[in-house]
Write a protein that binds this ligand. Structure first.
Ligand SMILES: NC(=O)c1ccc[n+]([C@@H]2O[C@H](COP(=O)([O-])OP(=O)(O)OC[C@H]3O[C@@H](n4cnc5c(N)ncnc54)[C@H](OP(=O)(O)O)[C@@H]3O)[C@@H](O)[C@H]2O)c1
Length: 250
């Protein structure tokens, strides 16, 4: 049975849960990670009740030891990891201007979205390479691109997002811009092991109450492009950026 690890699975309305459920339905054993073990255990039990093979693990991206401990635990039990979905992320005050932003807060966002994600990838990489067909999906955002017509740094808020005028999302965008750069570098480096790694924007998705009113789409739509990247054939793309299977401008 193929294995997949998904970070940031703490609620049933988040993208992490939908990814776990879909990969589970496709026959993967899903290892779901979150920072509160009791919460992840409950979600794993719920998935098992749906007939999905699932197990919980504690990972807090702000706690490097928790990442190393989780990797050891997974290594002992499964030894191979076919898919890693770096889904967990932190977005704090999205309305702050560059001048007003609390930089300690920004550091926590950067540590979570970039350094923490990087650390998870380092720790689990030997198991992913052992798969022979490893796939890594870095969940990014059009907000971290330059050229995305609606979310990109140069265009935000584009025509479809006028209602978000008061939320420049600057710190979050900077973290995802860095994650995109990391994806390019990883793509080049991991080719030798047949590990494909891509940055995927799920699109504006209704994972928070009220966001549908601002144009967010259902999770069921956004998850498709993530599953596509997680199950690419060996000759699939790597080190690239997509939404719904279509290339996005950096
Ligand atoms: N929804 C959108 O419109 C949208 C658009 C573009 C990109 N994305 C990306 O899609 C991914 C999933 O987002 P979502 O909308 O499903 O948001 P979400 O529900 O807020 O999910 C984020 C997850 O990350 C976890 N997390 C935060 N800090 C963590 C830490 N230190 N250690 C471990 N886990 C941590 C959260 O756990 P806690 O509950 O414990 O905080 C939560 O489970 C993110 O990478 C996000 O940037 C979302």
């Amino acid at each position: 049975m193929k294995t997949a690890l998904i970070t940031g699975v703490s609620t049933k309305i988040g993208l992490g849960y939908a990814i776990a459920e879909e990969l589970g339905k496709q026959g993967f054993h899903v290892i779901i990670a979150g920072r509160k073990l009791d919460q992840v255990e409950m979600i794993a039990n719920g998935l098992s009740n749906l007939g999905i093979s699932a197990s919980p693990v504690r990972i807090d991206l702000l706690d490097r030891k928790s990442i190393a401990d989780a990797a050891k635990q997974v290594q002992q039990k499964y030894s191979v990891l076919d898919v890693l979905i770096n889904n967990a992320a932190l977005m704090l005050d999205g309305s702050a201007t560059t001048l007003a932003k609390d930089l300690d807060e920004f550091n926590a966002e950067f540590e979570t979205n970039v350094t923490g994600t990087w650390s998870v990838t380092q720790q689990f990489y030997p198991m992913i390479a052992a798969s022979g067909h490893g796939r890594i999906v870095n969940i990014s955002s059009g907000a971290g691109s330059y050229g995305d017509p609606d979310f990109g740094i140069l265009n935000f808020p584009g025509p479809a997002l006028r209602l978000l005028d008061a939320y420049p999302l600057t710190p979050y965008a900077i973290t995802k811009l860095a994650l995109n750069g990391l994806t390019i570098k990883m793509g080049k480096e991991f080719k030798a092991d047949n590990v494909l790694v891509n940055a995927i924007c799920p699109g504006f998705t209704a994972t928070r109450s009220g966001s549908a009113e601002f144009g967010a789409r259902p999770v069921s739509e956004s998850v498709k492009g993530i599953i596509w990247a997680a199950t690419l054939p060996d000759d699939g793309p790597t080190g690239q950026f997509f939404r719904d299977g279509n290339p996005l401008p950096w």
